[in-house]
Design a protein around this ligand. Structure first.
Ligand code: YXS
Length: 256
């Protein structure tokens, strides 16, 4: 069974997560299908891509598939992780990728939304980044995704509290471009995508890549990188990550 639905109409691509039974948890399989869909839409010269959930349920995506996170003492979000590959594919796509959000967004899916070029939501949307609930040490690229978009105090509140930021506040702090009533969300998003299709694709692609390079150019030297990696190693070798993932799978609250 495919885990996504994808289409291309009037140069606008749509990729819908279709794994409702697991609340669109981003498994390696679903991610592989999504990256393949992005490659196909790029080959077919899509001028915009909309990421959405096929089912307008309570949850847009429950984030990284926790069943697929490593339990043992290894880096849980390495560069090669499927989720990291998806974030890079979205940022490298040569046209705007718009997250259309109905429902709640958790963990790695929140990072995915941050990697999208624009985010539109309705009154049901909320955004939570949750490594602190799993005792998981987030990675440098992920922090930069949030830091290049949101005020530091908001980034810290989101990462420390791991609580959902509801729609109205998400618009005010800048997680989303706009919140519109659920009944208007689809029209609003596709109208914006249609506008992009009337503009120079070359100019937009160059602007998107320039902004990506400039927003990611956080100058750190190798020693600083090793220091940051050491902070992460201490956590994922520590007891919290084991307790956090075990608690999730045993459907109980973790004791840190
Ligand atoms: O028991 P069954 O087989 O029906 O499966 C249940 C859940 O186990 C499953 N499911 C997930 N499976 C793998 N990975 C997930 N992230 C995940 N989330 C849910 O989906 C089935 C239905 O779940 P259920 O009964 O809880 O649904 P609900 O409607 O009552 O609640 C929906 C949620 C999203 C509020 C709830 O499922 C939930 O809190 N899920 C975990 C959200 C979360 O903490 N995600 C972060 C994952 S870790 C991650 O993304 C990063 C690595 S990080 O930690 O750094 O943020």
């Amino acid at each position: 069974m495919p885990l996504i639905k994808t289409s291309l109409t009037d140069d606008i691509g749509t990729i819908g997560f279709d794994r409702e039974a697991k609340r669109n948890a981003l498994s390696a399989g679903l991610i592989a299908e999504t990256i393949a869909a992005l490659d196909d839409l790029e080959a077919r010269k899509a001028r915009a891509v909309i990421l959405r959930s096929v089912v307008a349920g309570k949850v847009w995506s429950a984030g990284h598939d926790v069943e697929e996170l490593p339990r043992a003492n290894v880096d849980p979000l390495p560069y090669s992780d499927p989720l990291e590959q998806l974030l890079r594919a979205v940022k490298a796509f040569p046209a705007p990728v718009i997250a259309m959000v109905h429902g709640t967004v958790w963990g790695g899916a929140c990072d995915l939304v941050m990697a999208c070029d624009l985010v539109y939501g309705d009154e049901t949307c909320a955004f939570a980044i949750t490594p602190a609930k799993l005792g998981l040490p987030y990675n440098v690229a992920g922090f930069l995704n949030f830091m290049s978009r949101l005020p530091l105090n908001v980034v810290k509140e989101m990462f420390f509290a791991a609580e959902p930021v509801p729609a109205e506040r998400a618009e005010r702090v800048g997680i989303v471009n706009r919140i519109v009533p659920a009944a208007d969300l689809e029209q609003t998003v596709y109208d914006m995508a249609r506008t992009f299709t009337t503009r120079s694709a070359a100019a937009i692609a160059a602007a998107k890549e320039s902004i990506r390079v400039l927003s990611e150019s956080a100058p750190i030297n190798p020693a600083t990188f090793e220091y940051l990696h050491g902070l992460r190693r201490d956590v994922y070798f520590g007891p919290d990550y084991h307790e956090g993932t075990a608690a999730f799978l045993e459907k109980r609250e973790p004791k840190f």
